[in-house]
Design a protein around this ligand. Structure first.
Ligand SMILES: Nc1ncnc2c1ncn2[C@@H]1O[C@H](COP(=O)(O)OP(=O)(O)O)[C@@H](O)[C@H]1O
Ligand SMILES: [Mg+2]
Length: 253
């Protein structure tokens, strides 16, 4: 039977040595939903994202992308990863390739697209993130914000069903954060399904459908931005939010 969810995560556990970093995380995402994952560092947010496209293998629990069990033995990992775009904090662009080549590489190598078609599509994706004019620039000729937008274009070119963002603006100078968040907001408005680990509470509040607060390997609380930011039920959520606003002098309001 078809599920109403694009992604289902059930009772995910992951251990590194003696440390259990995911202690039974369950989470569902509907098509078109954008969810923010917030929480202190070292609490398993990246590990959870990485389990979804099997960059990390969980010890226990299941993940489904539509009707495919991602965590099943013998699953076609290439096929799964083609359907999931992953944007990292540090961009992960190939330094020896131009923006255009970074975006078109997967189309040619993974999707076996002819060069002219791949070029056309890559230029379209660069245009979507406002960087068509930088197609021939190398990463070191681009600002951090521009590099991150190239990396988003590269992920989008594969036409993913799901986009995962792991602190996409954490490595950026403050004045460059907005241009990346703007691209992400447009994607959300266009109906892309996204899971975003972020400390940008203002963005999370205004763009995301749901906020998930994770701590020490658990989802402590999840809810609408209004509920979680204005009226958190758990004392730990309240403490975390007030600590963040102390640190950044920012409130999500
Ligand atoms: N490959 C790894 N090997 C050993 N420990 C790891 C590895 N990846 C993450 N960890 C540990 O798992 C815990 C959770 O890490 P992570 O998922 O990166 O947290 P977050 O993204 O919330 O900061 C941390 O204590 C981290 O040191
Ligand atoms: Mg992390």
């Amino acid at each position: 039977m078809a599920s109403e969810f694009l992604v289902r995560i059930h009772d995910l556990h992951k251990r590194y040595g003696h440390e259990e970093v995911l202690k039974g995380v369950s989470l569902n995402v509907r098509p078109g939903e954008t969810k923010a994952i917030i929480g202190p560092s070292g609490t398993g947010k990246s590990t959870m994202l990485r389990c979804i496209n099997r960059l990390t293998d969980p010890d226990q629990g299941q993940i489904w992308l539509e009707s495919t069990e991602v965590t099943a033995h013998g699953v076609d990992l290439n096929k799964i990863r083609q359907q999931i775009g992953f944007v990292f904090q540090d961009f992960n662009l190939f330094q020896h390739l131009t923006a255009l080549d970074n975006v078109r590489l997967g189309l040619m190598k993974v999707k076996n697209m002819p060069k002219d078609r791949a070029t056309e599509l890559a230029l379209y994706e660069l245009k979507r993130v406002g960087l068509e004019h930088k197609a021939n620039a190398y990463p070191n000729q681009l600002s951090g914000g521009q590099q991150q937008r190239v990396s988003i274009a590269r992920a989008l070119a594969m036409e993913p069903k799901l986009m995962l963002f792991d602190e996409p603006t954490s490595a950026l100078d403050p004045e460059l954060i907005g241009e990346v968040l703007k691209v992400m907001k447009t994607l959300a408005d266009e109906g892309m399904t996204m899971l975003i680990v972020t400390h940008e509470l203002g963005f999370a509040r205004s763009v995301c459908d749901e906020i998930i607060f994770m701590e020490k390997g658990f989802i402590v609380e999840q809810g609408s931005p209004e509920q979680l930011f204005n009226n958190p039920k758990q004392p730990r959520t309240r403490e975390f939010l007030s600590k963040l606003s102390e640190l950044y002098g920012e409130s999500p309001a």
